[in-house]
Design a protein around this ligand. Structure first.
Ligand code: COA
Ligand code: ZN
Length: 316
């Protein structure tokens, strides 16, 4: 039997998941969430963002959090979002080894998100990537609103291709194509990733999906079929951008893992481990969480626990 092909998952719950929550999660809670994700088998986590604390108060403790994560989980790929050189400088001072710049594919989204126009945001992203590389950091470049923009409608594919090529030329290790508002369809994913393959080597491309219209898992499958092997997701499906109205949470890590494993790919991630992280996040955020498969997954876990107890009783 041939070995299963691996896919690589970055859990973005501590950043994308928490940035827009009404309930404040403290540094200890974030560390515990990251610990549970590491225990579940995640090798890569987006831990926080070095943005203005006025713009995103939930991420104000980034400089405290990052050194603690690095010490406790030295083997983890800990990524942090940086919108500009100041963010990079703060991230580097905190000891971050991987940074993600965030470039939106439309004029208005860049202005709403990082207070720059598209041209300036592109240049600042390039400068930040170059400076990060000079510091020896690994880099990711988000292309946000790569399908639709909440302010400008459908994003022209040519703009996405041009920006992805610019970020590739700027030597970003990964180009993260983001469906920020969760509006993409599988057909659109198929079309856009086929075109992207012409400008960026597919090994460098990642996909970042939101589940606003319930199509995130179908879109992840379309990306898999297009050759993408790098995925962002968020445990419990928490997430959403405070500057992109109407966006729901990310594709849930547990849904993505279930789909990938059932389809013959290996993730190295334990579903029971993810459920423990969902349970913890629920307590912290004081509301029900979980992806589309959460009820079935919990039932499965309860059944396995019951079976084990019955077996032990029989053996005793
Ligand atoms: N981290 C912390 N503070 C920052 C910063 C950063 N990366 N970049 C700028 N600042 C500070 C400046 O030092 C300045 O502080 P002061 O008022 O005490 O002097 C203030 O923010 C304004 O600086 P300016 O360069 O004019 O920034 P701005 O007001 O144009 O805001 C961003 C630009 C990018 C900092 C802001 O829009 C932001 O943080 N956006 C968050 C984006 C985000 O997280 N979106 C969700 C994820 S995609
Ligand atoms: Zn997102």
């Amino acid at each position: 039997m041939s070995a299963k092909e691996a896919i690589h998952i970055t859990d973005v719950a501590p950043r994308d998941g928490l940035q827009n929550q009404a309930v404040h999660v403290g540094t200890a809670g974030k560390l515990r969430l990251i610990e549970l994700l590491v225990e579940a088998g995640l090798k890569s986590i987006e831990a926080t963002s070095f943005v203005s604390p006025k713009a995103v108060p939930q991420m104000a403790d980034a400089a405290d959090l990052v050194p603690q994560v690095q010490v406790r989980f030295p083997a983890l790929r800990t990524s942090v979002l940086v919108p500009n050189l100041k963010g990079l400088e703060r991230a580097h001072t905190a000891g971050a080894k991987e940074v993600a710049v965030v470039l939106s594919a439309t004029e208005t989204m860049n202005r709403r998100n990082i207070n720059m126009g598209l041209a300036q945001a592109t240049e600042v992203s390039e400068q930040t990537l170059a400076a990060a590389r000079a510091l020896g950091l690994r880099t990711r470049a988000y292309i946000a609103v790569a399908f639709d923009c909440p302010f400008e409608g459908e994003t022209p594919l040519d703009d996405v291709l041009r920006l992805a090529a610019r970020m590739h030329a700027a030597a970003a290790d990964e180009i993260v194509i983001a469906d920020t508002i969760g509006s993409a369809s599988p057909a659109q994913v198929k079309e856009r990733f086929a075109a992207l393959c012409g400008v960026v080597p597919i090994e460098r491309v990642a996909v970042h999906l939101h589940d606003t219209r319930g199509m995130a898992v179908a879109n992840a499958w379309a990306a898999l079929e297009a050759g993408v092997r790098r995925f962002d997701s968020s445990v419990g499906g928490i997430g959403g951008c405070p500057f992109a109205p109407g966006a729901a949470g990310n594709v849930a890590t547990e849904d993505l893992v279930l789909m990938a494993e059932r389809s013959g790919f290996s993730t190295g991630i334990s579903l029971d481990g993810l459920l423990a992280a969902v349970d913890f996040a629920q307590e912290e955020l004081q509301r029900s969480l979980g992806g589309r498969a959460i009820t079935w997954l919990r039932r499965q876990r309860d059944k396995n626990t019951q079976d084990k107890q019955d077996n032990n009783r029989r053996l005793a």
